[in-house]
Structure formats: C-alpha cells, structure tokens
Design a protein around this ligand. Structure first.
Ligand code: ZN
Length: 295
C-alpha cells in the first residue's frame, strides 16, 4: 500500500471519529411550541437537535401529551416551554419531568410582571401569548441563550452571537410591523379574531383587539359575545375579520352572518397564525415568517 493511500485512510478514520463525537455532544432539546423551537434552532445552531411537540395547526391550550410525547420529554437533555399556563393541559407532565431532575425552563421567565397583561376573564392568570410581540419575545431568546450557555459553557460565545443575530432580525420585524399597521386608518384599526391571542401585538402596534373566544380556547364563546362584536363591526364599518390556523372558524362565520343581517358586509381578511406557526419548510413555518404573514 502506498503511503498516500495509508495517510488517506488514517485521515478518513479520524474524520469518522470526530464526526461521531460531534453527534454525541449534540444536546437533545424538546420544546412545546414551534415558536420556541425556532428560537432554539437559531441560538443553538449545530449544537442541538430540536423537536417541537406541537406542530403546525396544533392548539397549545388543548394539547394533551401522548405517551410518545412523554417519552420524548423524558429522553431530552433540556425542555423549553412557554409557561404562563399556555400549555394548560401539560402542567402535570412538565412538573413530573422537572421533578425527575430534568432541566425544564419556561422561556417567559424573564418577562417583567409589569409588562404582562392580566385579562379579567383569565381569572388571575397572565396572558401567555407574548410571542406576538417581537420585542418582548427577545426576552425568551435571552432565556434560551442563558440556559444553553450554562449547559455548554464552551459554546457560550457562539450562542450569544447567534442570539444577537436573532435580536436584530426581531428588531427589523418589529419595525416593519409598525410601519405596516400604521398605514391602517385609525378608526378601523381593529383586529377581530377567533380568540384573544393578539393583545400584546395590539398593544405594541396600537391596534384594538377583539377576540370572540377569550384568552384560552378552552372556554366557549356565547351568543352575546358574538352579538357585541357584530354591533361594533356595523357601527365602525369594519371591513374584515380574521380566522386563525389553530381555531375553528365557526364563530367568525357567525360574525359575518350577523353583520350581513344588519346590512353590513364583512369579509375574511385572511388566516392568521396565532398559537402555532405555518408548515415546516415554509417561510410561514418560521417565527419571522409567521409574524410577517400576520402583519
Ligand atoms: Zn391562544
């Protein structure tokens, strides 16, 4: 065997060993929502293998983990969830995983209580839909970057640099949203949707927000909720309402019918991504794409 060939074989084997080591040191991270997975993918880069339990079109308020979801949680090195009771039916599972010694973090833990909204109908709980405000969502990026740096201190500089890049993308997105929403005439700057996912978005951009179903989709909307919004649509001549990818459009159809009965035409302005992103592999399947689409 000539020396060059031997050298090549040694080098090739070395590559295999290095590659195997890189695979081993990858963190296994499980998140609840896709929006959180998006942060982790951006911050961790090649250092992690990320799985979101809730895919496109899945409602986190109603999501109950299956046996295989629980197995995924148990096999993860670290779990990131939204918190603020977004994953209302996962509380027990998350507590169990955390008490087993697993690292489990809420990405909303750095958000100031002063910032958080506490809607009366959510009975003493904070509104969990903070990802709708790209500026506030930076606090979630901060949590992920901090926790990953604790787990892999040798990668801290990389995580921080990745977080900075993501911050500037969120800033640019927030600016874009501001310009676009400001172009809607003041009197009709009202966002009517199936459930109350857009309060932080509305507060950030000066939009009045009306959701038919309240903060969590667990509560059913009543006829009076619908009537109230129909009257507003008619009085203020609001032209469009929006459906959501994770919520049934039944109530939105009722609004349109109700307004029609009073001689006012309302259309469906489009479908918004509220509690889950779009399909994997599409622009709307990323956090930036999701908010951009909504704007
Ligand atoms: Zn929601």
């Amino acid at each position: 065997m000539n020396q060059l060939k031997l050298l090549f074989i040694v080098f090739f084997n070395l590559l295999l060993v290095l590659n195997a080591q890189a695979e081993i040191s990858k963190l296994k991270i499980v998140t609840t929502t896709g929006m959180i997975a998006d942060i982790v993918k951006n911050v961790a880069g090649d250092s992690a293998e990320v799985t979101a339990l809730m895919g496109s079109g899945v409602d986190p308020h109603l999501f109950k983990p299956t046996r295989s979801d629980i197995a995924r949680l148990n096999s993860a090195d670290v779990v990131f969830y939204n918190g603020l009771l977004l994953e209302g039916k996962m509380t027990d599972a998350l507590i169990r995983v955390a008490t087993s010694g697993k690292k489990v973090y809420a990405v909303t833990e750095l958000l100031d209580q002063e910032y958080l909204l506490e809607p009366a109908e959510f009975q003493g709980h904070f509104d969990p839909h903070v990802w709708m405000d790209p500026i506030a969502w930076k606090a979630a990026v901060e949590v992920v970057s901090e926790k990953l740096s604790e787990l892999l201190p040798e990668q801290k500089a990389v995580f921080e640099a990745n977080a900075q890049t993501y911050f500037s993308e969120l800033d640019a997105l927030a600016k874009y949203a501001e310009t676009v929403i400001a172009s809607i005439p003041q009197t009709t700057r009202v966002l009517v949707t199936a459930h109350d996912a857009f309060n932080y978005f509305g507060r950030r951009y000066g939009l009045e927000v009306m959701g038919i179903q309240g903060i969590s989709t667990e509560s059913e909307a009543g006829v009076r909720d619908i009537e109230k919004i129909v009257n507003i649509l008619v009085e203020r001549k609001i032209k469009a309402v929006f459906i959501e990818s994770t919520v049934s459009e039944k109530n939105i159809r009722a609004l349109i019918e109700g307004a029609k009965a009073q001689g006012h035409q309302v259309i469906i302005g489009g479908s918004l991504f509220s509690d889950a992103m779009g399909k994997d592999g599409k622009y709307e399947g990323t956090y930036l794409g999701m908010i951009d689409h909504n704007v």
